[in-house]
Design a protein around this ligand. Sequence first.
Ligand SMILES: C[S@@+](CC[C@H](N)C(=O)[O-])C[C@H]1O[C@@H](n2cnc3c(N)ncnc32)[C@H](O)[C@@H]1O
Length: 286
Amino acid sequence: MDQGEIVLSDREFGRVKARVYAEAGISLSDAKRTLVVSRLSKIVRVLKLPSIDAYLDYLEHSQSARDGQDFINALTTNLTRFYREDHHFEHLVGYVRSLMEWQPRAAGNGKRRLRIWSAGCSTGQEPYTIALCLLAALPELKRWDFKILATDIDTNVIDKASLGVYPVAELNGLSAERVRQFERGGDGTISIPMAARALVSFKPLNLMAAWPMKGPFDAIFCRNVAIYFDKQTQGTLFARLGKILIPEGFLYIGHSENLGSGVEGLKLVGKTIYQSKPMQKTRDAA
Ligand SMILES: C[S@@+](CC[C@H](N)C(=O)[O-])C[C@H]1O[C@@H](n2cnc3c(N)ncnc32)[C@H](O)[C@@H]1O
């Protein structure tokens, strides 16, 4: 059956916007209309439904989590690249180096612990850059209890990220020194070396939902994610991120994002870099 051209009426666009906002906190602007129709049309055709309205009705009655996930996956924007906004990685290396200098030993005989979260990691370039730059600058980290959690609401990007394999064109624009950090495949691909890959755990996670992990994290990258949220949603998210950071830990956000009128406990300390406040001293310790 030829379904003909799928169109998106104002009413349908309103329904799509309401659903993606309720589920993922994403505020779709009118500029996204063409993208929405092209992405959703593909699903509508596969399901052999007559319209986007019919698809939205279908979603409302579907018992399958897969259907809801396909809708979200279709509407996310996943643009990313290795060493994007690289001043954050330079700052991170300096920060972790200072942790090593100031706290060279863990309490007892345990290993020093370092936890970093890439929240909204897309296809993995961000958490792998964290692993690669830290291992290159601070090889002693191999002896630390060092883990990077990488999460995204979009399950397709999490699957791709977990492979750790990318087209060689992903290296365009990187310095020769950085290019050497990747392994070359014979087939026009590059891959992430095992030492870096082993540090990163990829998990699906909707930032609007409850977070299963307790933290605390020494640093959080949540870059170019909140840009898709409205101010209120951004404020709530940044406040939650601030609470799961260690005292004096860092939150890195995207180049066009900010904490608006501010978030309690987080102070701007560099270009799109925020630091959580120091631990409260008790009266006795003061
Ligand atoms: C533009 S990418 C940013 C990737 C990377 N952080 C960077 O700066 O290069 C934004 C990512 O945020 C994810 N995202 C959007 N809404 C989300 C939500 N509610 N929970 C978790 N991830 C979300 C998208 O799926 C997408 O992969």
